[in-house]
Design a protein. Structure first.
Lengths: 299, 278
């Protein structure tokens, strides 16, 4: 659905996005993760044709954005952090105007969408009177009216209160489950991405340092926690025997490829080492992300 | 589709309170000027001037005359102000507010968006100029008897017309005034396409106009007048000349059309190259 090929953006001397290549498949909820200034919004800007790439290509479907922007964005909706509206006009009028840049809008479609986002009954009030949560729902409405296949959400929960954040996350799940949309979500909130996405890419200093499924992240390396006496002695012995390839924290070991936990337990018992506890451990996204940042630190 | 989008641009423009600031200020200014003229000794000066030149004051102290001299000064000074205020806002204010980013997430080309905005600005300029003419006349009706038109600019213009001729000249002058308002709006619109604040766009456009005005009025530059934009912006004033210099009017009109096309093309070129980020 989305393909970025060596997409690069320089602002003067500063390299904002460095040869970014990634793919978002149809049906994905794809998380673009990175600290503030990592290049997420610039990448989204290039994907929407708002920022001109210095080099590389951004494809949506079969259309390259710089060359064929109108067709590329025909079935795309977007929501930005702190969405802006014409505050002196009604919510209805705002959506009519914004969605009108994509295609003609029927009154029936507007009614359906206002109902879907839960703004029925408030749609004719001026936006100036809307709460943050209502503005977020209005942003969603304007994105949904042209019946998109792909929805791009740039830091959608920024500025919302906890209740608003919870509501927005629930809505994102509904968008995927009920409307079958492909979603590209940028965020620096790890828990948010972990809760919502099936695939992620991590950016650091404009460079992609990881792309893959969330399951892949959680598996990470094959870390096993091990509670035993004389941990260091055990690790040295098991490493020498080729069962273990690494250790950390005085309580975690990395098994060699294809070695099951049961083999390690059997060997420890044979060697007379007590095993107080052992089991596979999954990495949280936070642990994974922090380990990536350690490997590729920011300047 | 284009017309629907144009209607949406007009909703945006005419939904804003500040759009009406120009209309409100013109109305207040017209009322004040006409009341001072009607209820002070000011009209005596005009009478003396007419009588010295062999005309009967009673035939020309009319709503047409009052509206004409009122609107002369408003068109010189206030029309550029409100034209540039709206023109400077059209793109720059949306960029500042963040709504431009919302629009440009849509499959609409930047040139098409600018054309829609420019047309909305032009519609505002036409309405503002025509309303200026209409309200000037309507405010004067209760206070002066219907009569001929006397147009006077010291050192430049002295013309009298019977009521019927005066009325069409007055109407045509305001139609041409809309070309002036549109051009000033277009100049500010161009500056608004640069990555600057809306107020800066307005100020730059006004500075450009005022600089032209100053240069044009330096006595030693009299021969250079046709080189200045303000000289051509005053083409509406030529509708009060007798006879009308159609060649000069055609020249000014075509130059202003050229200016408008240039401002738009420059604005579109600059805007097309911009990166739009939050």
């Amino acid at each position: 659905m989305i393909r970025l090929k060596d997409l690069t953006k320089r602002f003067g001397q500063r390299l904002a996005v460095d040869a970014l290549t990634l793919e978002v498949r149809r049906g994905d909820v794809f998380g673009l993760l990175g600290h503030n200034g990592a290049g997420k919004s610039t990448s989204i800007g290039m994907l929407l044709g708002q920022v001109w790439p210095s080099s590389g290509e951004a494809w949506i479907g079969d259309h390259e954005v710089s060359r064929d922007r109108s067709r590329a964005l025909a079935r795309v909706g977007a929501i930005f952090e702190a969405p802006a509206f014409y505050d002196y006009l009604s919510g209805w009028r705002n959506v009519e105007i914004l969605a009108g840049y994509s295609s003609p809008v029927s009154q029936q479609r507007l009614t359906e969408v206002f109902e879907w986002v839960g703004l029925s009954g408030r749609e004719h009030q001026v936006v100036r009177t809307y709460s943050h949560g209502m503005r977020a729902r209005l942003a969603l409405a304007q994105a949904l009216v042209p019946d998109p296949e792909l929805l791009i959400l740039d830091e959608p929960t920024n500025g919302l209160d906890p209740e608003g954040i919870h509501e927005m996350r629930a809505t994102i799940r509904r968008l995927h489950a009920e409307l079958g949309l492909t979603l590209l979500l940028s965020s620096h909130l790890l828990t948010e991405v972990e809760q919502l996405c099936n695939r992620i890419a991590v950016l650091n200093k404009g460079r992609k340092v990881f792309e893959g499924g969330l399951e892949e992240v959680q598996r990470g390396q094959d870390w096993v926690f091990l509670q035993t006496d004389a941990f260091d002695v055990v690790v040295t012995r098991l490493t020498a025997e080729g069962l273990v390839v690494g250790a950390r924290d005085g309580r975690r070991i990395a098994l060699a490829s294809g070695v099951p936990v049961s083999d390690v337990v059997r060997r420890l018992v044979e060697l007379g080492h007590p095993v107080h506890g052992i089991g596979r451990e999954t990495l949280t996204l936070e642990e994974f992300y922090l380990s990536l940042m350690k490997e590729t630190p920011c300047s | 589709m284009f017309l629907i989008q144009l209607r949406h641009e007009l909703w945006k423009l005419f939904g804003k309170k500040r759009t009406y600031m120009g209309f409100a200020m013109f109305f207040v200014a017209q009322v004040v000027i006409l009341m001072v003229f009607r209820f002070s000794r000011a009209s005596r000066g005009m009478g003396d001037l007419l009588e010295t030149n062999g005309y009967d004051i009673t035939a020309f102290l009319s709503p047409l005359t009052a509206a004409c001299f009122t609107n002369f000064w408003l068109a010189y000074l206030l029309l550029p102000l409100y034209g540039s205020l709206v023109g400077g806002d059209l793109v720059a204010k949306e960029a500042e507010d963040g709504t431009l980013r919302m629009i440009l997430a849509r499959p609409v080309s930047r040139t098409r968006l600018l054309l829609l905005k420019w047309l909305a600005g032009a519609a505002f300029s036409v309405v503002l100029s025509l309303l200026l003419g209409l309200t000037g006349l309507l405010i004067g009706l209760p206070f002066f008897p219907w009569g001929g038109l006397f147009a006077f600019v010291p050192g430049e213009l002295f013309a009298v017309f019977p009521a019927d001729v005066g009325l069409w000249r007055y109407a045509a002058a305001h139609l041409l005034m809309s070309v002036k308002a549109t051009t000033v709006m277009g100049l500010a619109f161009f500056f608004g396409c640069l990555p600057i604040k809306p107020a800066a766009a307005t100020i730059m456009a006004l500075s450009f106009i005022f600089l032209n005005f100053i240069l044009m009025n330096i006595p030693w530059f009299a021969d250079l007048k046709p080189w200045f934009l303000t000289y051509h912006l005053n083409l509406w004033q030529q509708m009060y000349e007798s006879p009308i210099r159609w060649t000069r009017m055609g020249e000014s009109l075509s130059l202003l059309l050229g200016f408008n096309a240039t401002f738009f093309a420059l604005g579109a070129a600059v805007f097309g190259l911009r990166d739009l980020k939050s």
